[in-house]
Design a protein around this ligand. Structure first.
Ligand SMILES: Nc1ncnc2c1ncn2[C@@H]1O[C@H](COP(=O)(O)OP(=O)(O)OP(=O)(O)O)[C@@H](O)[C@H]1O
Length: 249
């Protein structure tokens, strides 16, 4: 089973250190981990560091991977400038690192990713003409079609309507279990974190301030200290944890 552990991971842009000695316990395939923290805390920077786009101190330890490139990364902003159809864009993502000889299996994976994310009907559309939410679902399809063992998602639901937010998070939860994939998602919606993730890690000004089971990490105290909001967490009528924000501190 794939595992990911951060050991005193640091990262800088030029001389400015952004991440400082971030260490975590070992996360495992099948888990969904929320990466939390206020704006500019360093969440995207941590993803770039894990993905290998940024170098820095410390170690990103990945063990038990079946493939040479086990990590896929869905960045936050996905401007689409190339003249490609949605289908072609997902196929191109699929072929990254696999050469250009497209097999039937690759096409089947593209179909499945588009189907799973509910955008199969957009296959022929030019990626330049998609709405923000459609583009976000396309990015998720481009990441999933690579069959990653570790999937890093930077605010994957930020442009989606409520129904699609729940839909995407439900699919990710299921895929993590079915494929024993480790998913790490940066989220600003702490209610979603409570509902859909097993573990949570919180960055503040580039430092990890807490990490553990989400229901032990996301507490009124954390919301007050880190996010400066007063909030309660209560079970909804279905017994699921619900975050009720009362206001700014
Ligand atoms: N390419 C870059 N060059 C220089 N500084 C950068 C660069 N990218 C990000 N930063 C800075 O690094 C810090 C962390 O940014 P990062 O995008 O990692 O935060 P974040 O937690 O993802 O924020 P948000 O929730 O607002 O998306 C910020 O102060 C940001 O201005």
């Amino acid at each position: 089973m794939v595992t990911l552990q951060l050991d005193r991971v640091s990262a800088s842009y030029g001389r400015q250190e952004i991440l400082s000695e971030v260490s975590t316990p070992e996360f495992q395939g099948g888990q969904v981990v929320a990466l939390l923290g206020p704006n500019a805390a360093g969440k995207s920077t941590l993803f770039r560091r894990i993905f290998g786009m940024l170098k820095g101190g410390g170690h990103v330890r990945i063990t038990g991977a079946r493939t040479a490139t086990p990590v896929a990364y869905m960045p936050q902003d996905t401007g689409a400038s190339a003249v490609l159809s949605v289908y072609e864009a997902v196929l191109l993502a699929r072929m990254q690192g696999r050469g250009m000889k497209v097999q039937n299996e690759d096409l089947a994976h593209v179909d499945r990713a588009l189907e799973e994310l509910g955008i199969a009907a957009l296959g022929e559309r030019d990626i330049g003409n998609l709405s923000g939410g459609q583009r976000q679902l396309l990015s998720a399809a481009q990441a999933l079609v690579q069959e990653p063992e570790i999937l890093l998602l930077d605010e994957p639901t930020s442009a989606l309507d409520l129904n699609r937010q729940l839909g995407l998070l439900t699919i990710l939860r299921r895929l993590a279990e079915e494929r024993q994939m480790l998913i790490m998602a940066a989220l600003h919606d702490l209610g979603h974190a409570l509902r859909f993730t097993d573990q949570a890690m919180v960055l503040e000004r580039g430092r990890l301030i807490t990490c553990g089971p989400t229901d032990q990490v996301v507490t009124p105290d954390l919301l007050r200290r880190v996010y400066q909001v007063e909030a309660r967490i209560e079970p909804c009528s279905r017994g699921l944890p619900q975050l009720i924000v009362e206001g700014a501190v």
